[in-house]
Design a protein around this ligand. Sequence first.
Ligand code: AMP
Ligand code: TRP
Length: 337
Amino acid sequence: MTSRVDKKVILSGIQPTNKLTLGNYLGAIKNWVRIQNDYDAYFMAVDQHAMTARQDPIELRKNTLFSIACYIAAGIDPERCVLFVQSHVHQHSQLAWTLNCFGYMGELSRMIQYKEKSAKSGTNIPVGIFTYPLLMAADILLYDTHLVPVGEDQTQHVELTRDIAERMNGLYGPDTFVIPKAHIPKVAARVMDLLTPTSKMSKSAVNENGSIFISDTPADIEKKFKRATTDSETTIRFDSETKPGVSNLLSIQSAITSESIAEVIARYDGKQYGHLKLETAQIVIKELSPIQKRAQELVDERTELNRILRIGAEKAQAHAERTIKRIHERIGYVVLD
Ligand code: AMP
Ligand code: TRP
């Protein structure tokens, strides 16, 4: 058996802005659960990233705890993985400052998320939106991460992390930082909005009826799927260009049941869109109900969740502190033993 130290490090996080969606679950968490045993795995709720947008303090705290509870309820094993909240490990902001001194204005101005937000609101945005990729780089580099499972939209940030790590390795020695790589999950990489199936399902969609939240009741889930946008044809087949709505429902089913798209389609021979919508809702409800229930129990009870978070923070801090010491030695800060 491989011991923890022989395994590659994998790390990922989701912002606890708003509630987690079916997209987060199928695109991120379910994949984490699948791969957690093969790696030395770090999973976190990145609450400091969430701070780049105004948050209601009560909601942020609630969403942070509920996300960690969802990770556990979905099958992340806190005994095997390091499961934690970003703000519990002060080394993230500490390393982020150093990286701020090595990342360039030019490269940060090219980040798509920053470009989109500044195009909309000009300079009237927090500095954190501009420097945020460097906090993400710190998240990754602190744990000597090899692989970063993220959605497609985050690959640019992982590339930036690599560039900065390579830059610093050039200045301070090749083993200053481990160079990380993005890891894009193959299945159900993109769950689309139910009402506007040409856009990604998102936590912050304008119309909440297009997103399924892990915390939605079965009645909500059924209602949202019944209203899902389809098309004017009647045949159930996969074509994400001309039939994005129907294709999305098929992909969601396939991601949950592990059947191929062809196998899912075969079950709908001679059936109508109504059947597809209703059955997709049922499959989603069956998958999410136990997760929702367990997550709520963990949040309500809190003792167990607090214990897990304390252990997670300690394990994360221990690794992060080793990295901080190594970097501080290299760059010339005074390090006390
Ligand atoms: P976000 O909610 O945008 O902060 O995304 C956090 C992670 O969840 C991303 O890195 C993706 O892996 C995943 N994710 C978010 N939305 C979706 C979606 N609609 N489909 C698939 N994966 C998603
Ligand atoms: N920026 C990521 C997102 O918006 C979240 C994130 C922050 C992250 N730090 C990370 C993901 C480190 C992977 C690794 O989705």
